[in-house]
Design a protein around this ligand. Structure first.
Ligand code: FAD
Length: 337
């Protein structure tokens, strides 16, 4: 951490998210991103918005163990489901309760983070950087953020100066998540919230993908393309993903062919993912697909065509029939060999 004795103390706030009662991994990554940009004397608060008392308590305690200066919990039934105006009002209620005034707001680049961040930026008169892949504090106190441009082919760097008010969303899987610290138990402050009348009513939330691991946050992804040939052809991919504790993804080719739901689509017009391991099965490697996965740490491609462009980005390439290679992986992992 850097700092000088005459600079003003600044407040960083991470807006944490829960889903199905569990804290999202990207919220812990946002804590790490914020912490990496703090100067000596800066404060870190984590804001938790929940709609269920028990859920709020468990998640708040998990956050408290990551040793922020405090956890601010706002618990109200209307916050059980994301609605832009009520969530924004709750964040603004937390902002009022914070001293020193919050300058730095960190959110996950999730569906909720992407919706909430620009609303918050507009209300606070702040600048915003979305989908940050890296964040660092410069010697002059500026905070520099890197984000991908042109479908991942270029990186741009943007900076906020000391004293700016900034909203940052961080891309899942790009920062090591904040771990619990032995003996840490930050104070948990419950801030009362009187929700304003809402103009938006969420009547139902329909889950289109039923996987247990969220695609955007998955550490391992097994993705299928048109080469999978049918919806049934995705079954071995799902089996492999389950064995590895990962998620299933798809190319648009597979989605367009009706083999799987568009919620699984990865690429320029689908999800952007950065898992530790990406296994591409029967995917040619069109530039629009690469835009969503080429920053994965290790890429394994399985394709019958040795000239397929996916081999250009793969760390390991297997020229072969996915219907032979994937079952061989499964057998190996299940100890059948
Ligand atoms: P194909 O290109 O048909 O490739 C299938 C591959 O499977 C081939 O390489 C073949 O050799 C291999 N194969 C066949 N059988 C087997 C087998 N048995 N074993 C092993 N390999 C086998 N695409 C995306 O993915 N995501 C996007 O977000 C996206 N956005 C787009 C946006 C725009 C504006 C446009 C114009 C296109 C977009 N596309 C996107 C589509 C993209 O251009 C490609 O058409 C698409 O990615 C192709 O999908 P695919 O690789 O599954 O299919």
């Amino acid at each position: 951490m850097n700092g000088s004795s005459n600079r003003r103390q600044e407040q960083h706030v991470v807006v944490a998210e829960c889903r199905d009662g569990l804290l999202r991994q990207v919220s812990l990554e946002a804590i790490a991103a914020a912490r990496g940009c703090m100067a000596d004397g800066d404060k870190l608060a984590v804001l938790l918005l929940c709609g269920d008392g028990a859920e709020a308590s468990a998640a708040a305690e998990q956050l408290a163990r990551r040793a922020p200066d405090e956890v601010i919990a706002i618990d109200h039934p209307v916050l059980g489901r994301y609605a832009p105006d009520t969530h924004l009002a709750a964040v603004l209620a937390a902002a009022k309760a914070l001293a020193p005034e919050a300058r730095w707001w960190w959110l996950g680049h999730t569906a909720i983070g992407r919706d909430l961040a620009p609303r918050l930026a507009a209300r606070l008169g702040a600048g915003q950087v979305s989908d940050a892949l890296a964040a660092a504090r410069g010697g002059d106190g500026r905070i520099e953020l890197a984000r991908a441009l042109h479908a991942g082919k270029a990186l741009e760097r943007r900076a906020f100066l000391p004293g700016d008010t900034a909203i940052v969303t961080v891309r899942p899987n790009n920062f090591a998540p904040a771990e619990p610290i032995a003996g840490a138990a930050a104070p948990i402050r419950r801030v009362p919230f009187d929700p304003p009348p809402s103009r938006i009513f969420v009547r139902d939330v329909v889950r289109r993908a039923s996987g247990t691991v969220d695609l955007a946050e998955a550490r391992i992804i097994v993705a299928g393309g048109r080469g999978v040939k049918s919806a049934a052809g995705f079954a071995p991919l799902a089996e492999l993903a389950a064995l590895l504790g990962g998620a299933v993804g798809a190319s648009r080719g597979a989605c367009d062919a009706g083999y799987c739901d568009y919620a699984l689509q990865i690429g320029q017009t689908g999800k952007t993912v950065t898992p530790d391991l990406y296994i591409a099965c029967g995917i040619s490697g069109a530039v629009q697909h690469l835009a969503g996965m080429s920053r994965s740490r290790v890429i394994v491609a399985i394709n019958k065509d040795p000239e397929a462009p996916i081999f250009g980005v793969a760390d390991y390439g297997i020229v072969g029939d996915l219907f032979e290679v994937v079952p061989a992986f499964i057998a190996e992992l299940s100890g059948e060999y």
